[in-house]
Design a protein around this ligand. Structure first.
Ligand SMILES: Nc1ncnc2c1ncn2[C@@H]1O[C@H](COP(=O)(O)OP(=O)(O)O)[C@@H](O)[C@H]1O
Ligand SMILES: [Mg+2]
Length: 368
């Protein structure tokens, strides 16, 4: 006899709630969910305090190809020869990290990647360092960047934008609950899994935040006004970036844009943008409530917290717990032709890994 599973043969989710499914998100549901978040936070805190294991035998792995590049290194597809298991390995050059004064950020990136566990964020399998590099080895997310799909489709239809937006909200809620500010939300850092669900990657600017911070980091179009104005900022900057992301997913371009970053900053600080005529009134209302220059009026930062999102009318009908448990059928599933398929990623020239005879910058990286 065949079994009747829901569309997309859902995985068993991590979170159980005994609340009835209905429209919106009630205080009771949120209260119950907070208990689950507290458990996740205590898991995070426990891993944070543990010393990680860093042993890996490179001979057991095969480097397949580059998946992405960045300022300090690259991410390559890696295969464990015996098991055929695939990984994404972020390779960061110690020399570049030191020269660009990113040692502290990189140490944070490593410890955070090791300690987080949430359905919509990547995590670390293991890490490693040698004479020239540090290596972060994560599960390979094969669907490519949201950026690639967004540019190809032009913009996302509303059900797809809602599907993605809800996962980003849940991920930010989790990170902030663990006192982590992410600071680099943008479609390039959001990967699509083969199921169609999201994984946020790149914790290079993420850090534990108590109180306020002042560091200028992120990507021009996605920077919050309070960050540009060097006022000292907190978790509010991630909600602003979420507003920019939501706009870009639905419009196909960001709300504040100019050729010169200084002009972009002027526009951001001025807080003026124009919604395309295709945006309906609920979407406009939601974006207006997020892209508030005055943080005391910004969704996510106000008294209602994340509930302001979960109960906003643009999300009417969305079942948050089904999203969390990956029980909602994704509106889009990327093509994946089997293990090792990298056609969802751009092509890059591969570069040989350097080998230095002596360990470089040993003192800077003792904590790795
Ligand atoms: N786990 C992963 N699976 C597949 N691709 C990944 C993974 N992590 C990163 N990438 C790819 O590598 C790119 C660069 O990685 P990222 O961590 O964002 O580095 P950077 O800090 O240089 O921006 C990403 O935009 C993505 O295309
Ligand atoms: Mg990145």
């Amino acid at each position: 006899m065949y079994s009747r599973k829901g569309l997309g043969t859902p995985k068993e989710g991590p979170y159980r709630s005994d609340a009835d499914v209905h429209d919106g998100y009630t205080e009771q549901q949120q209260e119950q969910y907070s208990k689950y978040l507290k458990k996740l936070k205590s898991d995070f805190d426990e891993s944070w305090c543990k010393k990680s294991k860093t042993n890996m035998n490179f001979n057991e792995y095969e480097r397949i190809k580059t998946l992405g590049t960045g300022a300090f290194g690259r991410v390559v597809l890696l295969k464990h020869v015996k098991s055929s298991k695939l990984y994404a390995m972020k390779v960061l050059e110690k020399e570049k990290i030191v020269k660009m004064r990113q040692v502290e950020h990189t140490l944070y990136e490593k410890r955070i990647l090791e300690s987080i566990r949430f359905p919509f964020t990547v995590c670390m399998e293991f890490s490693f360092k040698d004479n020239s590099y540090v290596y972060f080895i994560m599960p390979f997310v094969p669907g490519g960047e949201m950026f690639t799909h967004l540019r190809r489709m032009g913009k996302f239809e509303e059900p797809l934008a809602k599907f993605y937006a809800s996962q980003v909200i849940l991920a930010l809620e989790y990170l902030h609950f663990c006192n982590l500010v992410y600071r680099d939300l943008k479609p390039e850092n959001i990967l699509i899994d083969k199921t169609g669900y999201l994984k946020i990657t790149d914790f290079g600017f993420c850090k534990i935040l108590q109180g306020r911070t002042w560091t200028l980091c992120g990507t021009p179009e996605y920077l919050a006004p309070e960050l540009i104005l060097s006022k000292g900022y907190g978790f509010s900057v991630d909600w602003w970036s979420f507003g920019v992301l939501l706009f870009e997913m639905c419009a196909g371009y960001p709300p504040f844009y100019a050729n010169d970053p200084m002009k972009t900053y002027e526009k951001i600080v001025g807080g003026k943008y124009r919604c395309p005529s295709s945006f309906n009134s609920d979407l406009r209302d939601l974006i207006r409530n997020i892209l508030q220059v005055d943080i005391t009026h910004r969704f996510g930062v106000m008294k209602g917290g994340v509930m302001d999102y979960k109960n906003h009318k643009w999300f009417r009908g969305l079942e948050w717990e089904c999203i969390l448990n990956c029980r909602t059928q994704p509106p889009f599933v990327p093509k994946y032709r089997g293990p090792g398929d990298t056609t969802n990623f751009d092509r890059y020239d591969d570069e040989p890994i350097k080998t230095a005879s002596r360990c470089q910058y040993d003192a800077d990286f003792t904590d790795f």
